[in-house]
Design a protein around this ligand. Structure first.
Ligand code: ADP
Ligand code: MG
Length: 261
C-alpha cells in the first residue's frame, strides 16, 4: 500500500440511488477490515453526517463547506466516529452555496483535492459522498479522486442519466484528472421478488460487463432504519442481509486493489 490514501468518489447525479448508504457502509466495512478511513460528506443535505449522529452544533464551524472556502484545514475538520478507524468530515447546508461562491475562484475544480492533501497520508482510503448533481461539487470530488464508484438503483429508469454521468467522467479524465478511473458500478436496492430488479440488473451487466460488481445490495429494511439511530447498518445489525452485502462489497474492492497492485 502506498503511503497516501486512495480517494474514492461515490457519485451519481440521481438522488435516492444509495450514494450515502454506500458511502457510509462501505467506509465502515473498510474500517472494520483494519483500514484507516475518512468519509467526506460532500452533500449539502448532510445525510452521511446525520447517519453517524454528528449533530448540527458540533459541525457548524468545521465542515466540508469551510474546508472549500479555506476557513478550516482538513486536519481540524475530521471527527472520530464510534467506528474504530473511521473519521468523518461532515457537511452543512451552506455547502450548497459553494457552487456559486467558487464560480469565479482560480482552480475552483481543485479546491477539495488541495484541501485533502494535508490529511491524505493519515488514511488508507478516503470516500467522498457526492451530492445528487453534476455541478462544481461533484466535479471537485472527481478531480480529487483516484476512482469513482457508481451506485445504481435497480429500477426502470436506472440507466437514464448514466450516459450523462459517464460523459462528465470522460470530460474530467480528458482535461482535469487524467488518472481518474471508474472503479465499478454497484447495483443497489435489489428486490429479488420483483422481476424488474432482475431485468435491470441483467441489462446493466450486459452493458457494462466487468465494470459491475458481483455483489448486489438487496433492498433491506434494516438499511433504511439504521440512519435514524445515527449508526451505519453494520453497527446497527451486522447479521442482516444489507450489512453482509456491504461486507462483501468491501472484500471485492480490496481484491480489485490487490489485482491492480
Ligand atoms: P442517495 O445518497 O443517492 O440520495 P441514499 O443512500 O440516501 O441515496 O438512499 C435513499 C433512501 O433509500 C434512504 O432513505 C436510504 O435509507 C434508503 N436505502 C438505500 N439503500 C437501501 C437498501 N439497500 N434497502 C433499503 N433502503 C435503502
Ligand atoms: Mg446522499
Amino acid at each position: 500500500m502506498t503511503n497516501t490514501a486512495r480517494i474514492i468518489a461515490i457519485a451519481n447525479q440521481k438522488g435516492g440511488v444509495g450514494k450515502t448508504t454506500t458511502s457510509v457502509n462501505l467506509a465502515t466495512a473498510m474500517a472494520a477490515c483494519g483500514r484507516r478511513v475518512l468519509l467526506v460528506d460532500f452533500d449539502p443535505q448532510g445525510n452521511a453526517s446525520t447517519g453517524f449522529g454528528v449533530d448540527l452544533d458540533a459541525r457548524r464551524d468545521k465542515n466540508s463547506y469551510r474546508l472549500l472556502t479555506g476557513e478550516v484545514d482538513a486536519s481540524e475538520a475530521c471527527y472520530k466516529t464510534d467506528v474504530s478507524g473511521l473519521d468523518i468530515l461532515p457537511a452543512i447546508v451552506d455547502l450548497s452555496a459553494a457552487e456559486i461562491e467558487l464560480a469565479d475562484v482560480d482552480a475552483r475544480e481543485f479546491r477539495l483535492q488541495t484541501a485533502l492533501q494535508m490529511v491524505a497520508r493519515h488514511y488508507d482510503y478516503i470516500f467522498i459522498d457526492c451530492p445528487p448533481s453534476l455541478g462544481l461539487l461533484t466535479i471537485n470530488a472527481l478531480c480529487a479522486a483516484d476512482c469513482v464508484i457508481v451506485p445504481l438503483q435497480c429500477e426502470f429508469y436506472a440507466l437514464e442519466g448514466l450516459s450523462q454521468l459517464m460523459r462528465t467522467i470522460e470530460m474530467v479524465q480528458q482535461g482535469l484528472n487524467q488518472n481518474l478511473i471508474v472503479q465499478g458500478i454497484v447495483l443497489t436496492m435489489f428486490d429479488s421478488r420483483n422481476k424488474l430488479s432482475e431485468m435491470v440488473a441483467n441489462d446493466v451487466r450486459a452493458h457494462f460487463r466487468n465494470l459491475v460488481y458481483h455483489t448486489v445490495i438487496p433492498r433491506n429494511v434494516r438499511i433504511s432504519e439504521a440512519p435514524s439511530f445515527g449508526q451505519p447498518v453494520l453497527i446497527y445489525d451486522l447479521k442482516c442481509s444489507g450489512s453482509q452485502a456491504y461486507v462483501a462489497l468491501a472484500a471485492e474492492l480490496l481484491s480489485q486493489e490487490k489485482e491492480a497492485a
